[in-house]
Design a binder for this molecule. Structure first.
Ligand SMILES: Nc1ncnc2c1ncn2[C@@H]1O[C@H](COP(=O)(O)OP(=O)(O)OP(=O)(O)O)[C@@H](O)[C@H]1O
Length: 256
């Protein structure tokens, strides 16, 4: 009997990116299995955003390649981009549109017809608790609301892979729990999620796979239980990444 070969939802091979003298990503390879929730963790400046930007066709790599469900992102960008929903960190939205207009515009741009967009827009606004802000300009949204509307835009064309750069940053605990539920149901429905986060606790609870990166390289990758071993993910992270100095603050900060 022939073995079934499952194509990874996201395949990253030897990606590299340099900004002037700074090597931001230094040969990163990762396989994100289809149907997984994959956490990408690393200290500040590790190269997470740069890696995810290259993986989703937002930033051209200096070397390496990326495939989404087997489709090369840089050779077939239009086809690849139809398969992926992206919530990028720090990318400007068209914030002079209302929330409803922004989702509608994104859906139409993704090739959906008006009727489908209207239906999905209503579902997404309700699901993300943004109904009351549907007619408000996005520029007037709080940081957490902006994250949620960006997530709605990433979901509107029903992608197979969701790439989320720090989706929980600035989001209140209730909304974070709702977003977690949405992502879990997306995965249960056959989708794949890759999420970068600084919250080890959240990654441990939500993800089944994780990669720890630092200085543009992968330090460990695999299932969450493989990577953390007998420690917590946070302990393992600190062990792998280091840098935990016992620093006392400067004396002028101390009142004693
Ligand atoms: N456009 C740019 N120009 C110059 N340097 C950059 C640029 N983008 C990123 N870098 C540098 O590349 C390195 C990796 O940055 P990146 O934003 O990918 O890290 P990160 O892991 O997402 O960090 P954080 O957790 O702080 O968001 C950093 O040293 C950063 O200063």
């Amino acid at each position: 009997m022939e073995a079934t070969v499952t194509v990874p939802a996201l395949e990253i091979r030897e990606l590299a990116k340099r900004f002037g003298e700074k090597i931001a990503v230094n040969g990163i390879s990762l396989d994100v299995p289809t149907g997984s929730c994959f956490g990408l963790v690393g200290p500040n400046g590790a190269g997470k955003t740069t890696t995810l930007s290259m993986a989703t066709g937002l930033l051209r790599p200096d070397a390496g390649h990326v495939r989404i469900a087997g489709v090369d992102v840089w050779q077939h960008p239009t086809e690849a981009k139809q398969l992926v929903g992206v919530l990028a960190d720090g990318v400007k939205l068209f914030d002079r549109l209302t929330g409803e207009q922004l989702i509608t515009y994104t859906g139409l741009l993704g090739g959906l017809d008006r009727e489908t967009v209207a239906r999905r827009c209503a579902d997404l606004l309700a699901m993300l608790d943004l109904n009351a802000a549907a007619q408000t300009l996005v520029v007037d949204y709080s940081a957490g609301m902006t994250k949620k509307i960006a997530l709605a835009c990433a979901l509107v064309h029903a992608p197979r892979l969701l790439v989320l750069d720090e989706p929980f940053e600035s989001v209140d605990p209730v909304s974070a729990a709702n977003i977690r539920d949405i992502l879990q149901s997306f995965v249960r429905g056959g989708g794949t999620v890759i999420v970068s986060s600084h919250s080890m606790d959240l990654v441990e609870r939500m993800c089944d796979h994780v990669a720890v990166i630092a200085a543009g390289r992968v330090l460990a990758a695999g299932s969450v239980s493989e990577v953390r071993g007998s420690s917590t993910l946070e302990e393992r992270f600190v062990e792998l990444v280091g840098g935990r100095a016992h620093v006392e603050g400067p004396s002028w900060l101390s009142r004693s």
